[in-house]
Design a protein around this ligand. Structure first.
Ligand code: DGY
Length: 325
């Protein structure tokens, strides 16, 4: 049976697929595939392993013969899950294995924003490391501050652990429903969204992109945040309104920001956020460590192998496809 892969993926995932006797074809060009190219490549495939591609209704309807789609990501906002479910195509993802690496990235961005680190680095490159001024280049200390987590799931919990351990930060959170396990582990307090905004010195976003969270952080919301606070987003760019974030930073409604995700991606090189001293931006590298990317590739491969063997994939986004089977 044939598997088509939309990117070059880590060796460990490929090996699993090949050891299972599957024929694998990878897209090796360094650009996103068009929908038409994807449809053509999938026409002879039984399974699709997809990284970084939009899988919309048109694609899914043209590829309804696929027995499984395995995503090389935990997020599945780029897939029309409703259509995949209607067409009875199981869609798998890679939860858990990337939580630590993504939380590390959030922590790095928090530190970088708090100490103007990316900007300071730029001053050296620009030949501006000159006269020592005791009142210049001052950052923020995080000791004893309050971390507000918007979306206290696996990644949010890892970020909270790091912040509590490193700085004794008090943890508050807002979710659709309470996470009692994390409350016990972190002594975290559930608060309303409004209280999260009012009380957080650092507000970190770890929720999925959904119609409910899209554009959630706009100017009205930034205005309710604690003055002097730092906004971190390593989840998905469209959860914050970038234009409003720039305004909130320029008018000092909030103090700083750390972003691993932008809207759109890639961010243009002349984006104002890149030149702001209290802002740190990374190009969506949350899960980019060798160990994590290998683990993601293995999970994606396991999802495919399970379905092609007639079993349920271990990490399934749309369990409804199995109802009644
Ligand atoms: C994920 O796994 O969802 C990461 O953000 C990569 O897209």
């Amino acid at each position: 049976m044939n598997v088509f892969i939309t990117r070059i993926i880590p060796e460990s995932g490929l090996r699993l697929l090949e050891e299972a006797g599957l024929q694998v074809k990878q897209w090796s060009q360094k650009r996103k595939m068009t929908r038409e190219e994807l449809i053509a490549e999938c026409s002879g495939a039984d399974a699709l392993l997809s990284a970084g591609q939009q899988l919309d209704r048109e694609f899914l309807e043209a590829s309804s013969h696929l027995k499984v789609i395995a995503l090389h990501s935990v997020g599945y906002d780029n897939v029309d899950i409703e259509t995949a479910t209607r067409l009875k195509i199981p869609v798998g993802n890679t939860p858990g294995v990337l939580s630590g690496a993504t939380a590390d990235t959030a922590f790095l961005l928090m530190m970088a924003a708090a100490r103007n680190a990316f900007h300071m680095h730029r001053t050296i490159i620009n030949g501006e490391w000159g006269f020592f001024e005791p009142t210049a280049n001052l950052g923020k200390e995080l000791n004893g501050c309050t971390l507000g987590v918007f979306g206290l799931g696996k990644i949010g919990t890892e970020m909270a652990k790091r912040c509590a351990g490193a700085f004794g930060m008090k943890i508050i959170y807002h979710n659709r429903s309470r996470n009692e396990e994390a409350e016990n582990l972190l002594d975290a307090t559930y608060v309303s969204f409004e209280d999260l905004l009012k009380q957080s010195d650092v507000l970190t976003v770890h929720t999925a992109l959904t119609p409910q969270t899209e554009g959630k952080f706009d100017l009205g919301v930034f205005k309710q945040m604690k003055s002097g606070s730092i906004f971190i987003n390593t989840a998905r760019g469209p959860i914050h309104n970038e234009h409003d974030l720039i305004e909130a930073l320029e008018s000092k409604i909030i103090w700083g920001a750390g972003l691993d995700v932008t809207n759109p991606e890639p961010m243009q090189a002349d984006n104002k956020l890149l030149m702001m001293p209290n802002v740190a931006v990374l190009p969506h590298i949350g899960s980019a460590t060798e160990g994590t990317r290998n683990a993601m590739a293995r999970l994606a491969a396991e999802n495919i192998i399970a379905v092609l063997k007639g079993e349920k994939p271990p990490f399934l986004v749309n369990p409804e496809v199995y109802i009644g089977l």
